[in-house]
Ligand binder design. Structure first.
Ligand SMILES: NC(=O)c1ccc[n+]([C@@H]2O[C@H](COP(=O)([O-])OP(=O)(O)OC[C@H]3O[C@@H](n4cnc5c(N)ncnc54)[C@H](O)[C@@H]3O)[C@@H](O)[C@H]2O)c1
Length: 273
């Protein structure tokens, strides 16, 4: 087992002067924790005004306060399963930012189980957060993302998963929801390709976040589970939320202007095997 080699650049450094989001308005869902928090901090560090939104308002507010531009953004309580909640968010984004440049659909949940272990209510819950959520939030934000007169293009980045491209035992509903997100990415990329809106997704592998810690906590020996998990990626360490944030920032930035409909794996090589 090893951690990220110290010879690598500090995670999230993005180069000392990367300021790719100066003046841009960005919405990040699931921003209270893990990857969503890292994305929000990264975009703000590069000059964005961020809307840090989550069903966990306290966590989203903390993310905003940790960012280097809290006064330029806002935190909001949003349930991505609810069309009403998402409509209120769209109105607040319009009122506060006067438009939108980047949407990161990151909120997600993971519940383990093969389908015989997955009750219909659990199936529906996973689909509601992981697949209906990105659909609802994207749909509500589209009028702003497609608004004419923008200087540069706009972007949506969905947080899918490597589990949207391959599968794993006892993760049936989660994998199905994430495969849906990858498919949704491609459909949306095609639908808006000529309207200056790019749509991509990231497919993280094993990333050290509270979601992964909850999985370790279910094991009898947390340290043994951590060690075994660390050895699974060919690089022999677990990714950090900031590794995903760096990829999201690239896809959301104008540097990726020719990239749409892609599913970018950030997995330390797991998917290559
Ligand atoms: N951690 C990993 O190994 C990993 C790997 C691949 C993909 N992902 C994906 O990355 C995303 C973030 O995961 P994470 O590991 O940071 O998990 P996390 O549990 O730390 O964060 C998820 C966030 O989503 C929020 N959320 C949940 N339901 C919501 C709802 N209905 N409305 C609004 N917000 C809601 C939570 O409150 C939480 O803040 C998820 O979509 C997850 O599936 C994670």
């Amino acid at each position: 087992m090893m951690d990220v080699p110290s010879t690598l650049l500090p995670i999230g450094s993005g180069g000392p002067s990367a300021r790719r989001f100066t003046g841009k308005a960005c919405v990040i869902t699931g921003a209270a924790s893990g990857i969503g928090r890292a994305v929000a901090l990264r975009l703000a560090a590069e000059g964005a005004r961020i809307a840090a939104v989550d069903i966990d308002l306290a966590g989203a507010t903390e993310t905003l306060s940790l960012s280097n531009n809290p006064e330029g953004g806002f935190a909001a309580s949003v349930d991505v399963r609810s069309a009403d909640s998402v409509a209120k968010l769209a109105a607040e984004v319009e009122a506060r930012f006067g438009g939108l440049d980047v949407l990161v659909n990151n909120a997600g949940i993971e519940i383990l189980g093969s389908i015989d272990e997955t009750a219909p209510e659990v199936w529906d819950e996973i689909m509601a957060v992981n697949l209906r959520g990105p659909y609802l939030v994207s749909r509500a934000m589209l009028p702003m993302l497609l608004a004419p007169g923008k200087q540069t293009g706009t972007a949506i980045v969905h947080n899918a998963s490597l589990m949207g491209l391959v599968s794993s035992a006892r993760l049936a509903a989660y994998c199905a929801s994430k495969a849906g997100v990858v498919s949704l990415t491609r459909s949306m990329a095609l639908d808006y390709a000529t309207r200056n809106l790019r749509v991509n997704c990231v497919c993280p592998g094993i990333i050290h976040t509270p979601m992964l810690e909850r999985r370790f906590a279910m094991q009898p020996d947390r340290e043994a589970a951590y060690r075994a998990t660390s050895l699974r990626p060919p690089v022999h360490y677990i990714g950090h939320a900031e590794d995903v944030a760096a990829a999201v920032a690239y896809l959301a930035s104008d540097e990726a202007r020719f990239v749409t409909g892609s599913a970018l794996t950030i997995d330390g090589g797991v998917g290559a095997a």
